[in-house]
Design a protein around this ligand. Structure first.
Ligand SMILES: Nc1nc2c(ncn2[C@@H]2O[C@H](COP(=O)(O)OP(=O)(O)O)[C@@H](O)[C@H]2O)c(=O)[nH]1
Ligand SMILES: [Mg+2]
Length: 304
């Protein structure tokens, strides 16, 4: 399957919602205040934030009506505008030509897809690289087992501490192992829930400080995993985690399961953190490099 088909097939909930509503808004009609208002409410319903909706409506307003298929022109116009917003956020995480050691710390609220995404990403790392996966979500025993299963499937080495051990101390031990045994990658899974969010972020800052202190020269990527089905709530999470943790990359999961995929556009418009991957399903291969063009054209049900 081509990369574009993967986007198109798995983003159908959002694209069906947008394309059917755009079609009904513009059926046999021209661009006027009534149709623009209808379009505005469709875009808001897809969880696109107001500032972006305004930008999009302004570009559609400029369309000169002709005999051509108006819904097609509107969709093309929207997709171009959306692609322009998304383009600067395209940012890969794994560079095959980069042979430096790397540490990836995954953060995000419970259930956002951290553990699953770690499994999917580890699968994409070339087999000749030495990968150590560390379970620093010590809050739930099941979380450690889930990560262990992924590590086992991918034939990656696995490190875990004791139940309820301080996550930063597990990270410390894992980092020492990473150094001593000369791994290429250290991938750290963290908890998404403690007593409250402030404590969680503080705990993660402590974990990150421990890791970077042992390894001041190694690049640490802090990756925020967001549940795409959370729609506009994702923006709040970017605020909470992004400020304290210097997040370097965002991954948005579960976009296959929501009609509110438009929230990704709001994030791209509101923060400058690159989006490296999107999750398009539960299977190991359902993690795809983020592509502005593929995303923009898919959600408007256009061809590649
Ligand atoms: N449909 C779908 N489900 C996903 C995706 N990513 C993760 N999940 C599911 O979301 C649930 C929570 O994921 P998990 O990795 O345990 O989240 P964590 O608490 O952040 O570690 C699991 O049932 C995953 O299979 C995705 O891209 N699409
Ligand atoms: Mg987990």
């Amino acid at each position: 399957m081509s990369l574009f088909s993967k986007f198109k097939n798995n983003l159908q909930k959002t694209s069906n919602f947008l394309s059917s509503n755009i079609l009904s808004s513009f059926q046999n009609k021209k661009v006027d205040s009534e149709t623009l208002e209808e379009l505005e409410s469709v875009l808001i319903s897809a969880d696109i934030s107001l500032d972006v909706v305004e930008k999009l409506i302004n570009s559609v307003r400029k369309i000169k009506t002709s005999d051509q298929d108006i819904t097609k022109i509107v969709s093309e116009t929207l997709s171009k505008e959306i692609e322009n917003i998304l383009q600067p956020r395209e940012g890969g995480l794994l560079d095959e030509n980069d042979n430096n050691q790397k540490i990836l710390i995954f953060v995000g609220v419970n259930g956002s897809g951290k553990t699953t995404t770690i499994g999917k990403i580890a699968k994409q790392i070339p087999k000749e690289k030495k990968v150590l996966i560390a379970a620093c979500d010590t809050f739930r025993a099941a979380a450690i087992e889930q990560l262990k299963d992924w590590a086992h499937k991918n034939q990656n080495d696995f490190f875990s501490g004791n139940a309820n051990q301080d996550p930063a101390s597990v990270a410390f031990q894992a980092t020492e192992k990473f150094n001593k045994e000369n791994y290429d990658y250290l991938i750290i899974d963290t908890a998404g829930r403690l007593s409250n969010n402030t404590n969680l972020v503080n705990q993660l800052v402590k974990l990150k400080n421990v890791v970077s202190k042992i390894n001041p020269k190694i690049k640490i990527e802090t990756i925020l995993v967001l549940d795409g089905a959370n729609g506009s709530n994702m923006i709040k999470q970017v605020d909470i985690f992004g400020k304290e943790l210097d997040v370097s990359s965002i991954i948005i999961t579960k976009l296959d399961g929501t009609a509110k995929g438009g929230a990704l556009i709001s994030i791209a418009n509101n923060c400058e953190i690159p989006i490296s991957y999107i999750g398009l399903g539960e299977k190991p291969e359902d993690l795809t490099d983020f592509s502005a063009k593929n995303f923009a054209r898919s959600i408007l049900n256009l061809e590649a």
